[in-house]
Design a protein around this ligand. Structure first.
Ligand code: SF4
Length: 368
């Protein structure tokens, strides 16, 4: 496990997946003749454009890379959440096509046998298929969660246990069993789909286009970075804190080596869901890049949760390349708006930076 987090942005999914894998020297990590498992997040039967599930295009690019490097013993495995069928999710999310095209089997963990593993006196039943893998590639989606704030690499392993265990995890408060599960099952590599994630819900519905992918080998560090991307501190998320305490990985993002390969150049698309549209009403956008716009939407969502958004006027936060060289009074996000009276630099600024900046403007303070 190392402390690198590799990030890139873009719309050419195949290219950006290849870029991060090459930068990570991914092939060098995989022992020859490995039995490789790819664990996407297919929590529900909804396409990846909903913000809920892992992009099949990303998985295709990963399989192409693996095959080119002589790795042919690959399986895609998943168990959708309670009440949904993994078989249906494989079909609706485009994985049947991926399976056929590349000759990679799909495995429904709901139909597996399970073995009990114990950590700190807590028994957890785990998929035998997952336990039999030599190399596990964890492919979560960067998204919000109504109970745990974020869901990414650590929580994605919940798809490796039987449904009865998923129910029990909720009775145990989710956080501790998620951390313990990651002590039992090791993610050898994490490739995060941050192309289009949901703001609040793991089942999608409020997709935010973010055009980014992130990879690394430490699931705690990856989740800590993602928490920051979404405007939280790692220690705000209890299962990240617990996972770090029990040695699954490190939550020290300040000392992580974050390697950004390419910046985003694609323009932001109109917001899709009602909730994102409501947040977007505060934004005055001219040619903003998707990643920049996505970070601002996430920051506004966090501000709204704290009751600090109401003080801002509609269309008062400016963002985008259309503001380059404009000298105006107002509030701006990103280096392009440097000519505005108040501005947060960065290209793109992170959600945390935008959040701090907007809070410090004092505009949204509760007594207004
Ligand atoms: S600061 Fe400007 S160029 Fe940089 S990401 Fe934001 S909109 Fe794009």
């Amino acid at each position: 496990m190392d402390n690198r987090i590799i990030v890139t942005y873009g719309e050419n999914v195949r290219k950006i997946v290849r870029d991060v894998l090459e930068k990570a020297d991914f092939n060098g990590m995989i022992p020859s003749n490995s039995n490789i498992g790819i664990k996407p997040n297919l929590v529900v039967s909804k396409p990846s454009s909903s913000g809920a599930t892992t992009s099949p295009e990303m998985v295709s690019a990963l399989i192409e890379y693996l095959k080119e490097h002589g790795h042919n013993n690959i399986v895609i495995l998943e168990s959708s959440w309670l009440g949904d069928s993994t078989t249906r999710a494989f079909k609706v999310c485009g994985y049947e096509d991926v399976s056929q095209k590349y000759g990679v089997p799909l495995f429904d963990i709901k139909k597996d046998t399970y073995s009990v593993r114990t950590y700190k006196g807590t028994d957890i039943a785990v998929s035998d298929k997952v336990l039999g893998l030599d190399f596990l590639i964890n492919m979560p989606v960067l998204k919000g969660h109504c109970q745990t704030y974020i869901t990414c690499a650590l929580k994605n392993l919940k798809g490796c246990i039987p449904d009865r265990e998923k129910r029990r995890f909720h009775t145990m408060g989710l956080h501790r069993p998620i951390a313990y599960l990651n002590k039992i099952i090791k993610s050898d590599f994490i490739l995060v789909d941050g192309l289009c994630g949901d703001l609040d819900f793991e089942e999608g519905g409020n997709p935010v286009k973010m055009n980014r992918i992130i990879c690394g080998t430490d699931p705690v560090l990856i989740d800590s970075y993602v928490a920051a991307v979404m405007g939280y501190k790692p220690e705000d998320i209890e299962y990240i804190k617990t996972a770090a305490e029990i040695g699954v990985g490190s939550c020290d993002i300040k000392n992580a080596e974050v390697i950004v390969i390419d910046k985003d150049t694609s323009l932001a698309a109109p917001p899709a869901s009602r909730k994102v549209q409501q947040l977007a009403e505060y934004i005055d956008e001219k040619e903003a890049c998707s990643a920049c716009y996505g970070n601002l939407i996430q920051a506004l969502a966090r501000l709204n949760e704290k009751g600090l958004l109401k003080g801002f006027k509609k269309k008062s936060i400016k963002i985008g390349q259309g503001y380059k060289d404009c000298n105006l009074d107002g509030i701006g996000v990103g280096i392009c708006t440097s000519g505005l009276g108040r501005n947060v630099k960065g290209c793109p600024p992170s959600t945390g930076e935008i959040l701090e900046f907007l809070k410090n403007t004092g505009v949204g303070s509760k007594d207004k």
